[in-house]
Design a protein around this ligand. Structure first.
Ligand SMILES: Cc1cc2nc3c(=O)[nH]c(=O)nc-3n(C[C@H](O)[C@H](O)[C@H](O)COP(=O)(O)OP(=O)(O)OC[C@H]3O[C@@H](n4cnc5c(N)ncnc54)[C@H](O)[C@@H]3O)c2cc1C
Length: 505
């Protein structure tokens, strides 16, 4: 077990006694846990953050992210004080994103199953929460490479209401959180897994833990903030809650989010919250390691430029509307669609005209699984899909495109292919060799089910009242998402609710 920081609390005793006490104990060292820890520490509370991963495995899913944060904003001038200067700003078109727009997106993508109180906190507090992180030394930027296209006049046009990201992506985010924690006097202890909650006369008063070295103990705390992620990395829990087949999903992020604290909190009387039967999952390189993310390549194993091309299954047939909406509003539900296909596999297909428009960090990264061929027939053979079915799919698609409309990737251009299923926007004929196929599987990101809580992050018990001493934030908070998710909302949620929990813990 490795400790960084000010060890004002005494050494942990063996399981059985409590010789160590803190004011606020945070479980989980991802974006949500660090946000809670900063907020509590800056109020003068004695804060200990325990993290299951050893230092070299730490940062949770947050480490693997692209660092994208969805916030409402008033356009470039409004974002000036938050993001770092970029010389491209003078040639940038970045539409404002109103709180009403954010609310509408949450409602639309979740089919209205988002909790209204939690959503209001997320939307109304998101910008202020990022300004607060900025004040603690975290750095933000505009994500040109992920969220903008360059138009014919050389202007950078942002699309999909997602513009702000952390400097250095998820890796930078975690590094900057760790620096801020050190500066704020938060003690961070790695290789320390919480195994259960201590409860005394109805009040949560600490946790039991076990170290990577087998040492075990208890830590007493006035408040416990749970920020220990979902159950996405536990194949049995996936199968149980998400359904058969989900045990085969690739884990995109940390292998350590195995639902430990969800189980512990439910056992202690917490009420489950949100939708336990759905999750965030995406198109993921089939060459990726299945049981957990790659700490080097992190988010680059995702394949997110599918709205420009077509997606076929191993029978050579399309099965979803690649252009139903901007990628930010469809990607998190399309992983599940891939899982449902034969063998849980699919291929994203593009031609030479589209290829330069694909996200460089994802499609040009070393190790990307890529198949190319000079003809569609040869591509089918190399993909291992039936040649006739595949070429018939592409020809039917090409001939159904409304070519009277211009192809404009930064707006919903309405350039549809009226086939079954339709492609509603950005339909571009696959005619120019060479052709490219990217094999993808379903990569699970995080689970949507969690604990029920109020909008200050207080965990609710079975009677619907807050459980004294217990708070929750991040992936462990249930109720915001169901079935789908607007890109960049997980990190914002972690900071908003982490900060709120840390402000009262
Ligand atoms: C590849 C990838 C890319 C993503 N990109 C984005 C993005 O750009 N923008 C966005 O908003 N979201 C993104 N997400 C989703 C985002 O990662 C999550 O919404 C967010 O990071 C969750 O933060 P968290 O702090 O709740 O959880 P995590 O960051 O997962 O932190 C939870 C921590 O708890 C620890 N833990 C678990 N059990 C225990 C225990 N028993 N005791 C102690 N510690 C424990 C884990 O080790 C982990 O470090 C992405 C996710 C992945 C995997």
């Amino acid at each position: 077990m490795v400790t960084h920081g000010d060890s004002r609390s005494g050494p942990a005793s063996a399981e059985g006694g409590v010789r160590e006490r803190v004011d606020v104990l945070v479980v989980g060292g991802g974006n949500a846990g660090f946000s809670a820890a900063h907020a509590a520490a800056r109020r003068g509370r004695r804060v200990l953050l325990i993290e299951k991963g050893r230092a070299e495995e730490s940062g949770g899913n947050s480490y693997y992210t692209a660092g994208a944060f969805r916030i409402a904003h008033g356009g470039p001038s409004d974002l000036d004080g938050l993001v770092e200067h970029d010389e491209r700003m003078a040639r940038t078109e970045l539409p404002a994103y109103s709180p009403a727009g954010f609310h509408a997106d949450m409602k639309r993508v979740t089919g209205g199953r988002n909790d209204p109180e939690l959503t209001a906190a997320l939307v109304d507090d998101g910008r202020a929460a990022l300004d607060w992180l900025r004040g603690l030394g975290l750095r933000f930027r505009l994500m040109y490479e992920r969220q903008s296209y360059t138009d014919a006049s050389g202007r950078h046009v942002f699309w999909g209401n997602l513009a702000v990201g952390s400097v250095g992506g998820g890796k930078g985010l975690i590094e900057q959180h760790e620096q801020a924690a050190r500066a704020g006097g938060v003690e961070v202890r790695y290789g320390c897994r919480a195994t259960g909650l201590m409860v005394d006369e109805g009040r949560v008063c600490g946790v039991r833990w076990v170290g990577a070295d087998g040492q075990a103990g208890r830590i007493g705390a006035e408040s416990v903030v749970l920020a220990a992620g979902g159950f996405e990395a536990d194949a049995d829990l996936r199968r149980e809650h998400l359904g058969p087949g989900w045990e085969r999903a690739y884990v995109r992020g940390t292998p350590l989010n195995t639902g430990d604290m969800l189980r512990a909190a439910l056992e202690a009387g917490a009420r489950p919250g949100g939708d336990w039967s759905t999750c965030h999952s995406v198109a993921w390189d089939t060459g990726a390691p299945p049981g957990g993310g790659d700490r080097e390549r992190t988010n680059t194993l995702t394949r997110q430029s599918y709205p420009l091309g077509i997606v076929v299954n191993t029978e050579g047939r399309r099965f979803l509307d690649e252009g139903a909406d901007f990628r930010n509003y469809t990607y998190a539900k399309y992983g599940a669609e891939i899982l449902r296909q034969p063998g849980g596999r699919a291929f994203q297909v593009f031609d030479a005209e589209l290829r330069p428009m694909l996200r460089t960090e994802e499609y040009d990264a070393p190790g990307t699984t890529e198949i190319t061929a000079p003809t569609l027939e040869e591509l089918a053979r190399r993909m291992g899909v039936p040649e006739d079915a595949f070429t018939a799919t592409v020809r039917a698609f090409n001939s159904a495109i409304d070519r009277t409309r211009p192809f404009e990737p930064a707006v919903k251009d309405g350039r549809a292919a009226r086939v079954d299923p339709p492609k509603s926007n950005w339909a571009h004929p696959l005619e120019t060799p060479p052709f490219y196929a990217y094999p993808v599987a379903c990569g699970i990101t995080f689970t949507f089910g969690g604990l029920a809580a109020d909008d200050r992050g207080r965990v609710l018990g079975a009677d619907g009242a807050p459980m004294p001493g217990l708070f929750v934030c991040g992936e462990m908070l249930g109720g915001l998402f169901s079935g789908n998710y607007p890109g960049g909302t997980g990190l914002t949620s972690g900071t908003v609710f982490g900060r709120r929990a840390g402000a009262i813990a």
